[in-house]
Design a protein around this ligand. Structure first.
Ligand code: CP
Length: 327
């Protein structure tokens, strides 16, 4: 693995899941592979889980993690080639990224979309420019369209839970689980990254019956959803689900809008009765009683804390692969 910006950087998802679960059982077995190495974690946007789990993962491998909140504390960066920098941008990524390349061994970046211009956001210019100019491996901590460390964590979590479900016969061994990605209401337009990325990973994993449910006009791009069944009827989609992943996203076609805030899309225990006693997932942070009800989040079906805790092992597996493949 050279960079980690999408599922396409992973040769074998199950092998990487196994590696993450080995680290979960033995966090310090590779505690020297990062000795004398540094990872620079650049945040152009806020974070809690991604920042802390990546720091812990790096430390478990003996690496030093240096955090730079570029968005608040750094010079405003310019990303366009041949820009005439007479506006608010102070430093071009062409000048900054090679310096990061000299300071660090791995560069990790969080850079959200503007949600103003679809073509700009979906070009993934920011992360591509860092890859082009840093000269060292680049890890996405969530980019304009994808959140691969989150999605890898989600597959790890589903794999773990599936094993438990097979052991207690709540699913037949050999049977594909039904995974439903369900849109949820929110008070402001959010990126499509988590939903895009989850769809991309589940489709690439090829081990589930995958259904996406959302109100009409909330279609995600087929680039990531192709292979999933789309159903506008949430109740129908939830039927017999083994896993329900709750997430809000803003509109893709008429880009970055909210059309629908109907609370009927929030998952409740009543809706959960339609499922096969499904485990409920969310990447967090979550707006309680808007996206997900208290009764679900505080109830036995929620696995959101497990998901968030698995972020460490996902990051550790990815950093370890990069360290091993890049000397
Ligand atoms: N799920 C996730 O990425 O959380 P943070 O935004 O807190 O990093």
């Amino acid at each position: 693995m050279k960079n980690f910006v999408s599922v396409n950087d992973v040769t074998n998802i199950d092998d990487l899941v196994k590696k993450a679960l080995i680290y979960k059982a033995n966090p310090f077995i590779d505690k020297t592979i990062g000795t004398n190495k540094k990872i620079g974690c650049l945040f152009l946007n806020p974070s809690m889980r991604t920042r802390l789990s990546t720091q812990i993962a790096a430390q478990n491998l003996g690496m030093e993690a240096i955090i730079f909140n570029v968005g608040n504390e750094g010079w405003m960066l310019e990303f366009e080639e041949e820009a005439i920098m007479s506006g608010t941008s102070v430093e071009h990524v062409k000048d900054a990224a090679p310096i990061f390349g000299k300071y660090f061994d791995i560069l990790a970046i969080r850079t959200f979309p503007s949600l103003k211009n679809k073509e700009d956001d979906y070009s993934e210019l920011y992360i591509k420019q860092f890859i082009k100019y840093a000269g060292i491996p680049v890890v996405s901590l969530e980019s304009a369209t994808l959140h691969p460390l989150q999605s890898f964590t989600d597959i790890i979590t589903i794999t773990e839970e599936l094993e438990k479900m097979k052991r207690d016969s709540s699913i037949n061994s050999g049977q594909k689980p039904k995974i439903v990605l369900s849109w949820a209401p929110h008070i402001k337009p959010l990126p499509q990254c988590v939903a895009n990325s989850f769809a991309q990973w589940v489709n690439a994993w090829e081990k589930a019956d995958f259904v996406i449910t959302h109100p009409e006009d909330y279609e995600l791009t087929e680039e990531f959803t192709k292979g999933a069944t789309i159903n506008y009827d949430q109740d129908e989609a939830l039927k017999d689900a083994d896993f329900v992943y709750i997430k809000n996203w803003s509109t893709f076609n008429d880009y970055g809008k909210i059309y629908e805030s109907d609370t009927k899309w929030m998952l409740t225990n009543k809706k959960l009765e339609l499922t096969n006693n499904a485990k409920v997932m969310h990447c967090l942070p979550v707006r309680r009683n808007v996206e997900l009800s208290d009764e679900i989040l505080d109830g036995p079906n929620s696995i959101v804390t497990l998901q968030a805790s698995n972020r460490v092992w996902a990051a550790q597996a990815v950093l370890s692969e990069i360290l091993k493949n890049n000397g």
